[in-house]
Design a protein around this ligand. Structure first.
Ligand code: ATP
Ligand code: MG
Length: 697
């Protein structure tokens, strides 16, 4: 096996191997924390996957590996890659991926740990998780209850309030700092905001609901406790983190509390790809990483510095693609001193394609995609990337028209449809009877029950020792009696612990479908979604798992037709750039590479602009062999509601200045019509004319 292990690691370069072997095995004597910092496509994720395989091959218990990735999809991909390597090490033809029970996102893993330790931190095990919409609604409700919404001075909207709150939590800054920096127009409301956030926290506690931020916040608080912190930290021998540049202060605090001396901690990232600062992520995490660890000794803490490994060889892209990407990022005001080189064979230059408008853009892209497919490139190895989810609409129409199947990532989520939300609310309400947002939504589906009655019921449930008894005893308005009885009966059944998942889902369907028919004219269409949700449910082990994972990391793929995503057919990937992070395709199209879109016209200030530059860099570095940047001359943007829709005539993005254009093959499509050459008038006409004139003389 030692030989096979050596062979499996032989494909790695020296730096990669150093990162894979660092601190692994009985003979290892260097246990400093590890930071791999390197550019796009240099094999950071591959290195982590090899490290996982190497750890397991060396006898590490997969149960004791904590692997934190950016999305659930990325975690699955990582297990898959590790499985390949492991199979090679074990001498198997093909390996099933190792079961890595603790691989996931910070939020997903946080939710699981919190449930396990719930009773020790003042939570109930059946807490439910609010998605952004629920969280906003609860914020709105509290705002209303405090009388802040009726004030005649304009108090910030619920969404803004939640953003401020979230930023305070995630950056660990003070309210004054956050408001001063990012929401200056809310400055006058600071005392009221404090009161609002206090009440919001109370409401969540009372209802046993957690929002996204709470999953990190509670986790951080839990591991800051000396006893619990040690207990949780000791569960994991190794902690591995991908895309470290997009973590926030709270996440780095969690890692530090889990591994104060950094032993067994390995993080990888690229500061040039940091694209989530709008959510509180900070590259400072990478910069501060090496100096934050300390070993406890009887004489007091002794600082432990990190081992820093850099990778410079790019394995992903052809030289011309690397060249244009490097040019975009090299001009960055916030320096990312890294040069990548590759010895991949050279290939054609990336294209800069000028088209008149978005309709032509859609046509050109569809043509190219088909041409690539003719050339032997499966749709799956091609992707179309864009800044904002709505930007793909014209292309989606064109693809549908030509029967090109596609799957869209990071789009408007299936879960945002009201009927899907209804179904989930029923499950949430059954899971946690104190969750008022879910209760409010569900009970008002019953004809004859409005906000007043719903409030009366929820208050009664709050006050009852047994909320279910309150449902049983509730006296609804006379008009609602029959439907109420039907609800109470289903609710009772759903609350039975013995009910096996996903049988719950059938019960919910049976109760909900008549309401769906009654409430919506297009019930037939919507029924498809609801049934798809039921099918999805079957893939999860329990109701709690289903609700948690769906809320935290929804299956964002939406296909061009109803039904489950086309999993084993060939399809084109459409994705926002943010959701394309970490992935690669043989051919990549980037839409709307124009000022006003990339950078977005809402990006103000030097930092925001630099983040837009990094976003373009991320988009371009997804390509292996073919990169096409599209520049529509006329670009239609849906501005924030206040300003209405308008056209922008902006031109090529400022991130590709005229001096860099020569690096691209320039295409104009459709080609401009040839200008008519100046033709000398034929002699015969002149003759005729002069004769005609002569006849009048
Ligand atoms: P990103 O910054 O975009 O997340 P990354 O640094 O994580 O990129 P990977 O996705 O791990 O890069 O690797 C990029 C490509 O290079 C993958 O196709 C991977 O299989 C390949 N690769 C990485 N290391 C090697 C190697 N030593 N030999 C051959 N191919 C490699
Ligand atoms: Mg990666």
């Amino acid at each position: 096996q030692a030989e096979r292990l050596a062979a499996a690691l032989a494909t790695l370069n020296d730096q990669q191997r150093a990162a894979v072997e660092h601190g692994v095995g009985l003979l290892a004597d260097d246990h400093r924390p590890l930071l791999v910092i390197a550019g796009a496509g240099s094999g950071k994720t591959a290195t982590l996957a090899h490290r996982v395989a190497h750890l397991i091959a060396q006898g590490a218990d997969p149960q004791r590996l904590l692997l934190l990735t950016f999305s659930r999809r990325a975690a699955q991909e990582m297990s898959r890659r590790a499985g390949h390597v492991l199979a090679r090490v074990l001498g198997l033809k093909s390996g099933s991926p190792p079961e890595l029970p603790w691989a996931g996102t910070f939020h997903g893993i946080g939710a699981r740990l919190l449930r396990q330790y719930a009773t020790q931190i003042g939570l109930q095990e059946n807490f439910t998780i609010h998605d952004r919409g629920d969280a906003e609604d609860l914020m709105g409700l509290v705002r209303h209850q405090l009388g802040l919404s009726s004030s005649n001075r304009r108090f910030p909207q619920k969404g803004t309030c939640l953003s401020i709150y979230s930023r305070v939590v995630n950056t660990r800054a003070s309210l004054a700092e956050v408001v001063g920096e990012a929401f200056p127009w809310c400055g006058e409301w600071e005392p009221e905001l404090k009161r609002l956030f206090g009440a919001y926290v109370d409401a969540k506690q009372q209802q046993q609901v957690l929002d996204y931020d709470d999953l990190l916040l509670y986790w951080a608080e839990m591991v800051a406790d000396p006893v619990l912190g040690r207990a949780v930290g000791e569960r994991f021998d190794h902690v591995l983190v991908d895309e470290y540049q997009d973590t926030n202060r709270l996440q780095s605090a969690i890692l530090l509390a889990l591994k104060p001396d950094g032993r067994g901690l390995a993080v990888v990232g690229d500061d040039a790809q940091s694209i989530y600062s709008f959510r509180g992520a900070t590259v400072r995490n990478i910069l501060d990483f090496p100096g934050q660890f300390a070993q406890a000794t009887p004489a007091g803490p002794v600082p432990v510095s990190a081992r820093v490994v850099t990778l410079e060889r790019n394995y992903r892209s052809t030289p011309p693609i690397l060249d244009v990407s490097n040019a975009v990022i090299a001009a960055s005001a916030e320096r990312h001193a890294k040069t990548l080189w590759t010895d991949r064979p050279s290939a054609g230059r990336p294209q800069l394609v000028l088209v008149p408008d978005e309709a032509h853009q859609a046509c050109w892209v569809a043509d190219r995609v088909l041409a690539h497919r003719e050339g032997g490139l499966a749709l799956k190895s091609q992707a179309v990337l864009f800044r904002t989810s709505t930007h793909s609409a014209p292309l989606e129409l064109e693809l549908a028209r030509r029967n090109i199947p596609f799957v869209k990532y990071g789009g408007l989520k299936f879960l945002e449809a009201s009927h899907v939300k209804d179904m989930l609310a029923v499950l949430r309400f059954a899971q946690n009877p104190r969750g008022r947002m879910a209760g409010f939504r569900v009970t008002q589906l019953i004809p004859g029950i409005g906000p007043a009655t719903a409030t009366r019921l929820l208050d009664a449930m709050d006050q009852a020792a047994d909320p279910q008894a309150a449902v049983r005893d509730f006296v609804p308005p006379a008009t609602a009696q029959v439907e109420w009885a039907r609800f109470a009966q289903s609710y009772e059944a759903l609350r039975q612990p013995a009910l096996a998942w996903p049988a719950d889902m059938d019960l919910v369907l049976r109760w909900y479908l008549p309401h769906l028919e009654r409430l919506h004219d297009d019930a037939d269409l919507r029924r498809g979604d609801v049934e798809q949700l039921a099918r999805l449910a079957a893939g999860y082990g329990s109701r709690e798992r289903f609700l948690t994972e769906l809320t935290l990391d929804p299956p964002e793929a939406t296909s061009d037709r109803p039904g489950p995503p086309l999993l084993d057919e060939d399809y084109l990937i459409l994705s926002t750039i943010h959701s394309a992070k970490g992935q690669e395709w043989t051919s990549v199209h980037v839409l709307n590479v124009v000022d006003g879109c990339l950078p977005a016209d809402v990006a103000h200030g030097a930092h925001a602009l630099e983040e837009e530059r990094r976003l373009l860099y991320v988009a371009m570095t997804r390509a292996r062999d073919h990169l096409h940047l599209l520049v529509p001359q006329r670009f239609y943007v849906t501005q924030q509601a206040a300003r209405g829709d308008r056209h922008l005539y902006a031109g090529r993005t400022r991130f590709i200045p005229a001096s860099d254009v020569h690096r691209f093959e320039q295409v104009t499509w459709p080609p401009p019509p040839p200008r008519a050459p100046a033709v000398p008038p034929p002699a015969a006409t002149i003759d005729l004319l002069s004769r005609m004139r002569a006849s009048w003389k």
